[in-house]
Design a protein around this ligand. Structure first.
Ligand SMILES: Nc1ncnc2c1ncn2[C@@H]1O[C@H](COP(=O)(O)OP(=O)(O)OP(=O)(O)O)[C@@H](O)[C@H]1O
Length: 244
C-alpha cells in the first residue's frame, strides 16, 4: 500500500538525518516506529505526508506518487505538535476534517466517539480552551470519523488517559479489520509490545530493526533490552554508579 524507497534526507549537508530508508506498509497493518530522540522518526513521517520535500528516493501509495492530491486524502496525519485551529470549537474542527476528506458527518458515530474520549461536554467549546490531552483526543476522534486508508500518528497516544488509550486500541483493531493501515511513532515501548504488530526501530537515520514484535519477543528479549543495546546501557550504568 505505502512504499518507501531509498529515502535519504538532510536539513544541512553535513548531517544526513535519514540514510537509505526503505520499507513497505501493508493493508491492514499497524507499524510502530520507535527510536531514540533525534533518530529521524518525525522527519520520516513529514516526508511521507509531504510536509518535507523528498531529496532522494521515492514514496508512493498504491503506486501513485505521494504528493498527488488524490492520494493525500488517503492519509490523515496526527502531529505530535498541537497545531490545531484554536478559533474553532471541537465540533467545527471535526466538521472541517470531514469536509476535507469528503466524508458525510455521521452524528451517531461522532456522539459515540466523543463519549469514549470524554469530550461530549467539550465539543461546543473552543479548542483554545482544550488541555494537551484533549487536543490529542479530538485529533483521534477526527481520524476515526473519516473514510481514509492510512492513519499516521506521531506521539499522539502519549498524554491521553487510560480510558482513551483503551478505546484507541479497540478502534485500531476495527480500523485494521476494515483494511486500514496505521503508522504509530512512539517512545512507549510497552505500548508497542502490547498493540504493535510490526516494529521499525530507527537509529541515527538508519533502519536498525524491521521485524514482527512476536519475533523479537520469541528470542527471550524485549524492546527495552534492544534499545539498551543501542545506547550502550552498561557503559552508562557503570559511569553513573562511579560518578554520582
Ligand atoms: N527543521 C529542522 N532543521 C534542522 N534540523 C532538524 C530540523 N528538524 C529536525 N532536525 C534534526 O533532524 C534530526 C532528526 O529529528 P527528528 O525530529 O526527525 O527526530 P525524532 O526521531 O522524531 O526525535 P524525537 O524522538 O525527539 O521526536 C535531529 O538531529 C534534529 O535536530
Amino acid at each position: 500500500m505505502l512504499n518507501i524507497q531509498n529515502i535519504v534526507y538532510f536539513y544541512d549537508k553535513k548531517n544526513t538525518v535519514l540514510n537509505n530508508v526503505s520499507f513497505n506498509l501493508n493493508k491492514g497493518e499497524l507499524l510502530t516506529i520507535a527510536g531514540p530522540n533525534g533518530s529521524g522518526k518525525t522527519t520520516l513521517i513529514k516526508l511521507i505526508v509531504d510536509l518535507l520535500k523528498i531529496q532522494e528516493g521515492s514514496i508512493s501509495i498504491n503506486k501513485t506518487f505521494h504528493d498527488n492530491p488524490s492520494v493525500k486524502k488517503e492519509i490523515i496525519y496526527l502531529s505530535s505538535e498541537d497545531f490545531l485551529p484554536d478559533f474553532l470549537t471541537g465540533k467545527e474542527y471535526i466538521e472541517m476534517i470531514c469536509d476535507f476528506y469528503e466524508t458525510p458527518l455521521d452524528k451517531e458515530k461522532l456522539s459515540r466517539l466523543v463519549e469514549y474520549y470524554s469530550l461530549d461536554s467539550k465539543l461546543d467549546q473552543l479548542i483554545e480552551s482544550y488541555s494537551h490531552g484533549m487536543r490529542k483526543k479530538i485529533q483521534l476522534v477526527s481520524a476515526f470519523m473519516i473514510n481514509n486508508k492510512i492513519i499516521i500518528i506521531d506521539e499522539t497516544l502519549n498524554g491521553i488517559d487510560v480510558e482513551a488509550k483503551e478505546a484507541t486500541k479497540l478502534l485500531f483493531e476495527q480500523y485494521k479489520r476494515r483494511g486500514g493501515s496505521i503508522i504509530m511513532c512512539t517512545h512507549d515501548l510497552e505500548l508497542v509490545e502490547e498493540i504493535g504488530y510490526r516494529v521499525l526501530l530507527i537509529n541515527n537515520g538508519v533502519i536498525y530493526i524491521d521485524d514482527l514484535i512476536e519475533n523479537i519477543l520469541k528470542t527471550g528479549s524485549n524492546l527495552t533490552n534492544v534499545f539498551k543495546g543501542l545506547i550502550d546501557y552498561e557503559g552508562m550504568k557503570n559511569e553513573i554508579e562511579k560518578y554520582f
